[in-house]
Design a protein around this ligand. Structure first.
Ligand code: MN
Length: 191
């Protein structure tokens, strides 16, 4: 079975003006696709050939890990948005955020600041442990909370390819805007 990327659950212009159609087309259509194509080539003939993506991420390293990690990361990322999203988390996730960070506003501030401070290419993640305790993780390159034994709930891509066409060097501005397109139904269901 070949590795595949998740289907985009909205039109490529649905996230405008926060993320432009051009960025979605390049990021989802080219970058994400390249990770899929790379992994299918790299995994062929290895023990990872018919494995699920999460297992590959947990057990691989090097180029296989980098491409598998990026497929998983982008599958989570692109399904976290919707047209006219935003607002606040729901249900148990909302309770856990209030308990861990004091309020949704404080969580947003802390998460955004963590994303701004990732040096170079990487991700900022909200993750939960087995008990449901939340934490914010900064990861380089293809890093994902799974490799720390945690479950990813929300991840913002801070590779320049995710925002440079729309915001140039202004990563902080991009991360300030991205909250307006979050699909909290989907994200809250991951908790
Ligand atoms: Mn990306």
């Amino acid at each position: 079975m070949k590795f595949e990327k998740v289907a985009l659950p909205y039109a490529t212009d649905a996230l405008e003006p926060v993320i432009s159609k051009q960025t979605v087309e390049l990021h989802y259509g080219k970058h994400h696709q390249a990770y899929v194509d790379n992994l299918n080539k790299l995994a062929a003939g290895t023990k990872f050939e018919n494995t699920d993506l999460e297992t590959v991420v947990k057990e691989s390293d090097g180029a296989i890990f980098n491409n598998a990690g990026q497929i998983l990361n982008h599958n989570i990322y692109f399904t976290s948005f919707k047209k006219d999203g935003g607002g606040e988390p729901k249900g148990k996730l909302a309770d856990a955020i209030n308990e861990q960070f004091g309020s949704f506003e404080k969580f947003k501030e802390e998460f955004t600041a963590a994303g701004v401070s990732v040096f170079g290419s990487g991700w900022v993640w909200l993750a939960k442990d087995e008990s449901g305790k939340l934490s914010i993780l900064k990861e380089s390159n293809a890093g994902n909370p799974l490799t720390s034994g945690l479950i990813p709930v929300l991840g913002f891509d801070v590779w320049e390819h995710s925002y440079y066409l729309d915001y140039q060097n202004r990563r902080a501005d991009h991360l300030k805007e991205i909250w307006k397109i979050i699909d909290w139904d989907v994200v809250s269901a991951r908790y």
